[in-house]
Ligand binder design. Structure first.
Ligand SMILES: Cc1ncc(COP(=O)(O)O)c(C=O)c1O
Length: 353
């Protein structure tokens, strides 16, 4: 029987891999916040439950205004989506036509090449440096007439390395000012290094910069799906044009506002995760593992060919991490108890030389 015709690009595409859940195992594979929602956020969303027979506000006016006030930007410079992954897709769809190029570091957030291909555009991955950082000189050199968008992911998923303000400044000077540079700051709240770039500062100073933020990580709203871009008003307008209509639920919009109202309480949890990250890195190093000083809510082990074997052993000890082929593994920082489980599990494994 004949098969229905489908796009060859889509047929060839790798599927986005979700962090695995294994019953009774500790899940450290999706960079989720290990803590339950705050009471104040739960209360605010409960009040919304009565009205989910209705569509949400398609313009997301209240939450966009709250975000704009929070960051000191204009209301019309904010665009929201069902997670920042949808906003990344909006950015690609609004910028790249078929055959246009989108540059990003690799390895980085695994959705970038998938979303670029869905748009019919061409992914241009630029390898990280040997010390797991963005190679911004090579990324600038990769720009062609067809380049429409460049993602800089800082802290980078999965390596945790950041890009400094000075490096971004040099990069922006080198890149044509009609190419949009997106600074993806999904993990910015966990980045406590003073030299790291502040995307919003670059957005204010350069007309070709947009910043991606999410409520999924530090704010713990991964299951509700809301993220946003701060972008030049014309670009933000285009993001709203290509967005899935009503894509962000009223629950998500309400929870995001309540989360911004509870910022100091949420910061305490972020501080706990950052402290745990320091402990996990120190203990791994003490046991002979070499790993970069991650500034995200995860750490990165370049386990190379031993990745499948180590992944399997960790599973046997009840810990699920995110393994990438024969490259390495990303381990989310969880609660102290979850991290203890991981450290106990990995103590059974000989470190990679
Ligand atoms: C760098 C980066 N950007 C964006 C996202 C998207 O997150 P969300 O769609 O939950 O906002 C992720 C999620 O893992 C990420 O790692």
């Amino acid at each position: 029987m004949a098969q229905v015709k489908q796009r060859a690009t889509v047929e060839r595409m790798p599927a986005y891999v979700q962090g695995k859940t294994v019953e009774s195992a500790v899940k450290l594979s999706s960079n989720e916040n290990p803590y339950p929602p705050l009471d104040s956020v739960l209360e605010a969303t409960k009040a919304q439950l009565e009205s989910f027979s209705l569509y949400p506000d398609m313009g997301a006016v209240a939450v966009r205004q709250r975000i704009a006030d929070h960051l000191g930007v204009q209301f019309d410079e904010v665009a929201v989506g069902a997670g920042s992954v949808e906003v990344a897709q909006q950015l690609i769809n609004a910028s790249a036509d078929e055959g246009d190029e989108v540059i990003f570091a690799w390895r980085s957030f695994e959705a970038y090449p998938i979303l670029v291909q869905i748009a019919g555009a061409v992914p241009v991955p630029v390898p990280l440096t040997a010390d797991e950082r963005h190679d911004l000189a090579a990324m600038a050199a990769a720009v062609t007439e067809r380049t429409r968008l460049i993602f800089i992911c800082t802290p980078n998923n999965p390596t945790g390395m950041t890009v400094s303000a000075a490096e971004i400044e040099t990069f922006l000077q080198a890149v044509p000012d009609d190419v949009l540079v997106v600074i993806d700051e999904a993990y910015v709240h966990f980045d406590n290094a003073p030299a790291s770039a502040d995307g919003i500062d670059f957005f204010r100073r350069y007309d070709n910069v947009a910043v991606l933020h999410t409520f999924s990580k530090a704010y713990g709203l991964a299951g509700l799906r809301i993220g946003y871009a701060v972008a030049p008003a014309r670009v933000a307008q285009h993001l709203r044009s290509v967005a899935v209509p009503f894509g962000v639920s009223a629950l998500a919009q309400t929870a995001a506002i309540a989360s911004l109202d509870a910022e100091s309480e949420l910061q305490q949890r972020v501080d706990l995760i950052v402290a745990e990250r320091g402990r996990v890195i120190a203990e791994l190093r003490a046991h002979g593992w070499q790993l970069p000083e991650s500034l995200g809510n995860f750490v990165w082990l370049r386990t190379g060919e031993r990745t499948p074997e180590i992944d399997q052993t960790l599973r046997e000890h009840g810990v699920v991490v995110r393994a990438f082929g024969v490259e390495g593994m990303r381990i989310t920082i969880g609660s102290p108890e979850m991290n203890d489980r991981f450290l106990a599990a990995i103590s059974h494994i000989q470190p990679v030389a």
